[in-house]
Design a protein around this ligand. Structure first.
Ligand SMILES: [Zn+2]
Length: 135
């Protein structure tokens, strides 16, 4: 396989399976085969017991808004500023904070329930963004 062009997005060894899954619209976590600890982002070994055995497990992309920012700097071409980035504590991995784009016509509320949405980036990965859970 040829090297990607300079500046092209490429996943690392540990996160590549995560990005393959988000590209299919699947949210997944790593689960330690030794102690059962769930983890994100992907790592080569368990931070709780140091075991290197683990497997991917499909999970519901739901969680709770912890915080958010309004980004006013254009970090990537084609993305209009300002935009909201939320920090979400996902139910399947309570010790993790995931950041992602916000998909609602209003600002988030701290503690509100959210669901993941899959956001493809041209020539890049499919990111996980967040939208309010409507009851
Ligand atoms: Zn473990």
């Amino acid at each position: 396989m040829p090297d990607p062009p300079p500046g092209a997005w490429t996943p690392d060894r540990d996160s590549a399976p995560w990005w393959e899954r988000t590209g299919r619209g699947e949210f997944a976590i790593q689960r330690c085969d030794g102690c059962g600890t769930a983890r994100l982002p992907a790592r080569a070994f368990c931070p709780a017991c140091r075991t290197e055995g683990w497997h991917w497990e499909a999970a519901e992309p739901v969680g709770t808004v912890e915080s958010w920012i309004v980004n006013r700097r254009p970090f990537a071409p084609g993305i209009e500023v300002p935009y909201l980035v939320v920090m979400v504590r996902p139910d399947p991995v309570p010790g993790c904070l995931l950041h992602g784009s916000w998909h609602a016509g209003r600002e988030p509320v701290g503690g509100e329930r959210v669901r993941g949405v899959f956001v493809p980036v041209p020539d890049g990965p499919t990111l996980v963004g967040w939208e309010p859970v409507v009851r």
